[in-house]
Design a binder for this molecule. Sequence first.
Ligand code: ACO
Length: 429
Amino acid sequence: MAKDTLSVTDNRTGKSYELPIADGCIRAMDLRQIKTGTQDFGLMTYDPALLNTSICRSTITYIDGDKGVLMYRGYPIEQLAEKSTYLEVAYLLLNGELPGQKQYDEFANSVTTHTFVHENIKSFIEGFRYDAHPMGMLVATVAALSTFYPEAKLVGDRATRRAQMIRLIAKMPTIAAFSYRHSLGMPYVYPVNDLSFAGNFLAMVKRIAEVRYTPNKTLERALDTLFILHADHEQNCSTSAMRQVGSSRVDPYSAVAAATAALYGPLHGGANEAVLRMLKEIGSKDRIPEFIKKVKTGEGKLMGFGHRVYKSYDPRAKRVKQLADEVFEVTGKNPLLDIALELERIALSDDYFVSRKLYPNVDFYSGLIYQAMGFPVDMFPVLFAIPRTAGWLAQWEEMILDEEQKIARPRQIYMGSSKRDYVAMSERK
Ligand code: ACO
């Protein structure tokens, strides 16, 4: 009869072991009993970049990479992107259920009334050079927030924890907008609390001399949808940074700063910028075949294509592609769109990409939208960090409440020198 176990024979000793299998996993700690003798530490797994290691049990986000499925708390991303709002999705991620009207109003009101930052944050941002990257400013300033809320270190206390989560979701757009305005040498615009989450962000970024800035409804909705699509993506690089750093029980501002830093890297939050650079470099549709040929011979990558998890069309990319059309109706078409569409068409009919299951990911079209909306490329990772904060926080709280979790402390295989004695500098060769 089939059993949920794995039989392992250690050929070094001839001993056999039976390891339980649960949820498609064996426990790495169950391998520790496999030893060659009493002095042996026990068997470990070697998994650089954690390609095949589950680090937690989670109820937040589900991805089926082969089928192109993404769900938050069981709700398909397509439905949330079409029918929901970012704040509703943030509530869902944090609480596990969609809010009723009263719960939504309370949550939205809480976030809205925490959008202001202490005036000293303004002076803090003033200290950056005029050309500082807004993502660098965001990382540093969100870390600095922990000094304004020293009680945040009480991560075991639910009420305190929840208060910081609201503050973080509310203040990330304000810090992001202030950082952007600083890089332009423009005065900061204070939050406008009767606008929506996305509308307020647009106002803080865009307002110049208007008495009252009214965001364009299509652009406001498009930004809100992009926020929904970027709100969580299970155990990616920045989220696992949030969990790892948070596992030391540091306050959530410091942990979000670490996650934001992870997102800053070009292999993670910076790919949409690389797509724009690539499209510009290609320059015109007739140069696409030459570009594809280069990619196929290993001279560079088709940026915005391929994904570690998705081996079919990224479900977020489908919606982003539709959004691009809606946004361009307002802003005028981004001239790079035609190149992107043709590139996608050619790649999806080319065996090199088809056989490797390389499809457009979320970054292939999002940069075109951000650019058409007037954001410079430096702001692209910032626009990713704002909504991902809700996902980071949901995952962080899940980790804090998970009794199986401890401070994260991976193992290594030591490959350095064996013991040797110190040699005085004068005697070294
Ligand atoms: N263009 C051309 N070839 C590619 C691409 C690409 N974009 N992506 C993968 N390949 C090829 C690889 O060369 C490899 O070919 P081989 O089997 O002949 O050696 C094969 O496809 C498998 O690729 P891996 O590198 O093993 O895939 P991995 O899962 O490690 O990488 C990644 C995933 C990093 C996303 C990769 O596809 C890539 O670099 N894409 C471009 C950058 C990008 O768009 N990143 C955004 C990801 S989405 C996000 O972070 C929000």
